[in-house]
Design a protein around this ligand. Structure first.
Ligand code: PAF
Length: 278
């Protein structure tokens, strides 16, 4: 595995490698969820490239940019063991210019749910993903796939839209959420949770399970499902519980194969999201 911190070096090294490229963009503090993306990229492609970049433009004022876990050494080991070919870890100065052209997320998918609470987050996220996709595919690989987890459902849908709207030559591969044995969806932010908070955080997956149970019993009324989910979430601060279709439009009734159930809460100071694709 080659570690590169420089854009020129990235382009030089990626030019030497021939075949299909699988790309996994991350902000580091890698966990089993990331590893699953890397392993899938490894199986599907000749070359695997991972980026680690804590992107400042997707953090809002007062969010955890400075506190965000940074574990470069451990992350490099994980990537090496997982058979990554190139690990790209650029600096902020390298990725951004002072007079940047910016991308704005569309109102429908960009400013609801995560977008209302984190205005500007998706703009910064799309901006960096666009840059990374362009850089990693710069040498025109025979095919180019990028892997994203379904846990950040709204992020995934917006990236798919950006690929469509800007004619980007990449296949976006959505990957299932990876959970701990107790049901908590893996996230780099789980390290912030105390023992007690972690226990309370399990209510997210419990609420999704209660929704599934209702749907299995053919209860498709969204209001009734939300009400039931909220009962499981009484020990956490609920930000939203929503059911949307795959285009992220709110729905009244569950449509099998076209529904995402989303939940966002705070447990102590930690904000957690989870979801289920039905
Ligand atoms: O999901 C993430 O870790 C980040 O939003 C991403 C896609 C790497 C962009 O910074």
């Amino acid at each position: 595995m080659i570690i590169v911190n420089d854009i020129e070096e990235l382009l030089k090294e990626s030019k030497k490698l021939k075949g299909s490229v699988g790309f996994v963009p991350t902000m580091g503090a890698l966990h089993k969820g990331h590893l699953t993306l890397i392993q899938k990229a490894r199986v599907d492609n000749d070359i695997v490239i991972v980026s680690i970049f804590v992107n400042p433009t997707q953090f809002l004022e007062g969010e955890d940019l400075d506190a965000y876990p940074r574990k470069e050494e451990a992350d490099s080991k994980i990537c090496k063991l997982a058979g990554v070919d190139i690990l790209f870890m650029p600096s902020v100065e390298m990725m951004y210019n002072s007079d940047e052209l910016s991308i704005t997320a569309p109102a429908i998918r960009g400013f609801i749910l995560e977008g209302t609470k984190r205005a500007g987050h998706f703009d910064g996220m799309l901006q960096i993903v666009m840059k990374l996709l362009n850089l990693i595919s710069y040498n025109k690989p025979s095919s180019f796939r990028a892997y994203f987890g379904k846990k950040d459902a709204q992020q995934l849908v917006l990236i798919q839209q950006m690929v469509r709207d800007y004619f980007l030559n990449v296949e976006i591969v959505p990957c299932d959420i990876v959970r701990d044995r107790d049901g908590l969806a893996l996230s780099s932010r789980n390290v912030y949770l105390s023992k007690d908070e972690r226990g309370r955080a399990l209510s997210l997956s419990r609420s999704l399970k209660s929704a599934t149970d209702m749907i299995l019993k053919k209860e498709f009324n969204v209001e009734k499902i939300k009400k039931e989910m909220l009962l499981s979430l009484k020990d956490v601060d609920v930000e939203y519980v929503e059911l949307v279709n795959r285009q992220f439009q709110p729905i009244q009734r569950v449509e099998l194969g076209n529904t995402i159930i989303l939940v966002a809460v705070s447990v102590g100071k930690t904000r957690l999201i989870d979801n289920l694709w039905i």
